[in-house]
Ligand binder design. Structure first.
Ligand code: SF4
Length: 193
């Protein structure tokens, strides 16, 4: 069995093995210090199943949510004024509060569903992002030329197939890969390294 080993300390390096959807959320969180509800939920669960321990999760979110944020509409979410609520909700996702449910990290299908909130900054890049944003994101991992070539062959109608093509460009020995979830992408990727 393969387990992830994401920690608060290694996350900025480990994120190079994340699928584009989660790379995007990490980059977004680092730059804007906030994520909207579903983006935060999906990313938190991905990190949890990717091996991040509760204490690291609390400190990771605290680090970002303690920073000032420019967008007033989500500025209510500020660690200093809501610490108890934040810690409770993280513990809840780890199955330690409330119904103690074991929440699973999202599948590609759940990420590919449209979320109507205008604040939502997540989604599957291969399905929801415009060409330029997708290209910039993929260029975190591949050269400009390779990304341009890839974009000519993939379609937003089948985002998981597009993601598999991207994975294969990073791991040429994995011609059989089928992508089902961000977690499976990450675990397969680190298993190849
Ligand atoms: Fe993420 Fe799945 Fe989209 Fe790949 S296909 S970017 S793993 S949601």
């Amino acid at each position: 069995h393969v387990y992830g080993h994401i920690t608060r300390e290694n996350i900025d390096i480990e994120m190079k093995y994340f699928p584009p959807c989660m790379q995007h959320l990490h980059t977004k969180l680092r730059s804007t210090h906030r994520l909207s509800h579903y983006a935060r939920l999906y990313y938190s669960l991905f990190l949890k199943d990717g091996g991040m321990h509760l204490e690291d999760a609390v400190n990771y979110w605290k680090e970002e949510y303690s920073k000032p944020h420019s967008c007033s509409s989500v500025c209510l979410h500020n660690w200093q004024s809501n610490e108890r609520k934040f810690i409770y909700s993280i513990r809840h996702l780890y199955g330690l509060e409330g119904s103690q449910k074991n929440y699973k990290s999202p599948t590609c299908n759940s990420i590919c569903m449209n979320i109507s909130s205008p604040m939502y900054e997540g989604g599957c890049p291969f399905k929801h992002f415009d060409m330029n944003t997708l290209k910039n994101l993929l260029c975190l991992s591949l050269s400009d030329n390779k990304v341009t070539g890839l974009l000519q062959t993939i379609s937003s109608d089948n985002p998981q197939a597009a993601c598999a093509e991207f994975f294969k460009m990073l791991n040429q020995n994995r011609n059989d890969i089928v992508i089902n979830s961000p977690l499976q992408y990450y675990l397969t990727m680190i298993n190849q390294m």
